[in-house]
Design a protein around this ligand. Structure first.
Ligand SMILES: Cc1cc2nc3c(=O)[nH]c(=O)nc-3n(C[C@H](O)[C@H](O)[C@H](O)COP(=O)(O)OP(=O)(O)OC[C@H]3O[C@@H](n4cnc5c(N)ncnc54)[C@H](O)[C@@H]3O)c2cc1C
Length: 382
């Protein structure tokens, strides 16, 4: 199914037209033609100012990975209904609204209106906001507040299939569930455009000397889990890009300006009457003691100790942050490194270590990505 048919079949056609994203007809220039026309003669991109002394922050975040995919089931704890929503790997930002919608259906089915949400990361806040939309009275209980949560340490790209499961370990219903969550999220993000750039569309370049292989064990944007939601990826000719590389592609992708996004959603949550209480859940009895009968578990990796989930494990990822350059607005992936230009900085990353709980940043990793990107920038035309 092509993109236009897909958008129509999933009732996203009207949405895509509003967003100016609708598939092009043969009489109209494609996205790439239009883009090249605008830039004709100026197919240059602003270069990064790359040096170790411009690195102002290094962080290591732990992606909450489950081989069988995020856990979204319900369990009873005494007279409490616990609805799980955790374990999104490298896709938590992207899938947040979608899995929040799936779990909201389960919460509403209980008939309860007073709901507890454990955790205020990307998943907890989306879950809380969607419940409020249906008239629920929501209290968030959380051990830590942003920026001291995993969600604050993410890159912030639309990547709904990144390290979200091991395809060989998922159940037969997983793909349909993932598609449902991905579609809902994609749609939701289009309504967050224009709100102080908390969500934005940017050009994403892939710059390689050979086509990258998907990691063996993780679903990392593999074809089998790709939905035709983004504009087509186009392969650029040597004249259409400034890089010294054999294979260069470009597509538009969505990104999230994480600090302002979290601030915006949290303020909305409070504006609609939500309460946030700082509380560490140390044992199941602490959940039992909450006044609400329905509890949404959005504690991410924090779930492991409380619910004894052996499957849940970290995939650590380091980000090194450069001082922002307002003229740099693109995203780029190359062998061993990637970069994304956010409002709060240019984030360099590219690693993922399964099973690593250590959140100490490595200077060596920063030097590695800085050098890879320095070489790439030095070899750029212009
Ligand atoms: C380097 C890196 C890059 C990433 N890039 C992307 C990306 O580009 N796109 C994307 O979609 N995703 C990305 N991710 C993945 C994404 O960040 C995660 O999937 C997401 O943040 C998980 O959100 P969460 O709300 O489940 O967890 P968290 O953000 O960890 O939130 C958990 C919440 O639960 C609370 N909590 C935990 N334990 C307890 C307890 N015992 N008692 C009370 N409260 C508790 C915490 O305080 C926190 O509020 C990336 C992750 C990393 C590390």
């Amino acid at each position: 199914m092509n993109r236009r048919n897909f958008l129509e079949a999933t009732s996203l056609g009207g949405l895509a037209t509003i967003a100016g994203l609708n598939a092009c007809t043969s009489s109209l220039p494609s996205y790439s033609d239009k883009h090249f026309h605008i830039n004709s003669g100026v197919n240059q991109l602003p270069k990064l100012k790359l040096s170790m002394d411009r690195i102002v922050k290094e962080t290591v975040g732990l992606r909450p990975f489950r081989a069988s995919g995020p856990r979204l089931d319900t369990e009873m704890l005494g007279n409490k209904t616990i609805i799980h929503n955790y374990g999104h790997g490298g896709s938590g930002w992207s899938l947040s609204w979608g899995t929040a919608s799936i779990t909201r259906e389960k919460a509403l089915a209980t008939g309860e209106k007073k709901i507890a949400v454990l955790g205020c990361g990307a998943i907890g806040i989306a879950t809380a906001r969607l419940l409020q939309e249906k008239g629920c009275e929501v209290t968030i209980y959380t051990k830590d507040l942003p920026p001291n949560i995993t969600s604050s340490l993410a890159t912030g790209t639309w990547s709904p299939a990144s390290r979200v499961c091991d395809p060989s370990k998922v159940g037969s219903d997983f793909k349909a569930l993932w598609e449902k969550a991905t579609l809902f999220s994609f749609k939701q993000f289009q309504f967050l455009l224009g709100l102080n750039d908390i969500v934005a569309w940017v050009d994403e370049y892939n710059v390689y000397n050979e086509l990258p292989q998907a990691p063996a064990n993780f679903m990392a944007g593999g074809e089998a889990y790709e939905l035709p939601l983004l504009p087509e990826k186009v392969t650029l000719t040597a004249k259409e890009h400034p890089f010294k590389a054999k294979v260069v592609t470009r597509r538009a992708n969505m990104m999230f300006n994480i600090p302002s996004y979290i601030r915006h959603q949290t303020q909305d949550f409070v504006m609609y009457g939500g309460k946030i209480k700082v509380l560490e859940i140390k044992k199941l009895e602490d959940i039992d003691a909450l006044p609400e009968k329905v509890v949404m578990n959005c504690m991410g990796l924090g779930t492991k100790a409380i619910f004894k989930d052996d499957e849940l494990m970290p995939v650590s990822g380091q980000l090194s942050c450069l001082i922002p350059q307002p003229e740099v607005t693109y995203k780029l992936n190359t062998k061993g490194a990637n970069l994304i230009a956010r409002k709060d900085g240019i984030y360099l990353g590219g690693n993922g270590i399964l099973g690593n709980w250590d959140t100490t940043p490595s200077r060596e990793q920063t030097e590695k990505v800085v050098h890879i990107l320095q070489d790439l920038m030095n070899s750029m035309k212009g």
